[in-house]
Write a protein that binds this ligand. Structure first.
Ligand code: GLY
Length: 280
């Protein structure tokens, strides 16, 4: 069985970064699926053009809270709404490997991260701050083009443009699967909002039959428990058909999926999604 590292840089971006993502996939070659998946996401978190780690989008109040998760065929770890760390995916790994828990959130997750040696780090960039101001202006001005989420934010806060550009990785090395995901969330969003990314079965799932990770509007992905649902369909049809059908169910709500099974790999999205694969 060939080894595969499959990465995506999120759905809904206007620029195609696939060549860069392919390079990150190639750089992630190791002899271990978890190492490879984490290394893939780590590079995407450190690249300010992606909405994860450095370059994560602010919440409506200007704060930046991030979600990340890792999973092997046996266990998982995730962090929810973590702030001021450079690489949420590494903290998720520490939750899985060095704590008796599987999920940690908010202040407790930050305190845990500091104890594990993850120092203070400001992940904001000029690009995300400019975008934040543009979004606030749009919502404040309140044009007819606001979508439901933007209208909700406007109604409760007096304050759009939805994105879901989570990053994700799946590795199948020596026949074993692992996945990793990380995101700054799907804007616009309130402080404390949690999407699909850190929730097992929603933004990620991994087992002996394969690995699946998603990107897009987290609320809709979570409602469908999308990754677990797809995992349970593995083998019932071609992987590509399974993913295409799942994406069709979203209509024009932004979603992207990549998946690797024992004998197939595929992706499907209803918006531009940069992907990169390395097979060795
Ligand atoms: N898919 C990322 C999020 O909605 O938070």
């Amino acid at each position: 069985m060939e080894n595969i590292i499959y990465l995506h840089g999120g759905v809904g971006g206007h620029t195609d970064y696939s060549e860069r993502v392919r390079g990150y996939a190639m750089n992630s070659m190791t002899g271990d699926s978890l190492e490879s998946a984490i290394h893939g996401v780590l590079q995407l978190e450190d690249d300010p053009d992606f909405n994860a780690g450095t370059g994560s989008y602010p919440r409506i109040d200007g704060s930046i809270q991030m979600d990340a998760a890792v999973m092997t065929e046996k266990t998982f770890g995730s962090v929810i709404a973590i702030e001021h760390v450079r690489n949420p995916v590494l903290v998720a790994r520490d939750v899985m490997e060095k704590s008796p828990h599987v999920m940690m959130s908010g202040d407790g997750a930050i305190e845990f991260a500091r104890k594990m040696g993850h120092g203070f780090y400001d992940v904001s960039t000029e690009r995300t701050l400019e975008r934040h101001i543009k979004m606030l202006t749009k919502i404040k001005e309140g044009t007819d083009s606001l979508n439901d989420k933007e209208k909700f934010i406007r109604d409760i806060l007096g304050f759009g443009e939805s994105t879901g550009d989570t990053v994700g990785a799946i590795a199948r090395i020596n026949g074993k699967f692992a996945v990793a995901v990380s995101t700054g969330g799907s804007v616009p969003m309130l402080r404390g909002r949690v999407g699909d990314t850190p929730i097992i079965g929603c933004g990620f799932y991994c087992g002996p039959k394969g690995g699946i990770v998603t990107t897009g509007i987290g609320e809709e992905i979570a409602k469908r428990m999308l990754c677990y649902n797809i995992y349970n369909q593995i083998g019932s049809d071609s992987l590509k058909n399974i993913l295409d059908d799942a994406v069709k169910d979203f209509g024009d709500i932004l979603v992207g999926i990549i998946a690797v099974t024992r004998d197939e790999y595929a992706s499907s999205a209803n918006g531009n999604m940069s992907t990169g694969i390395h097979i060795f």
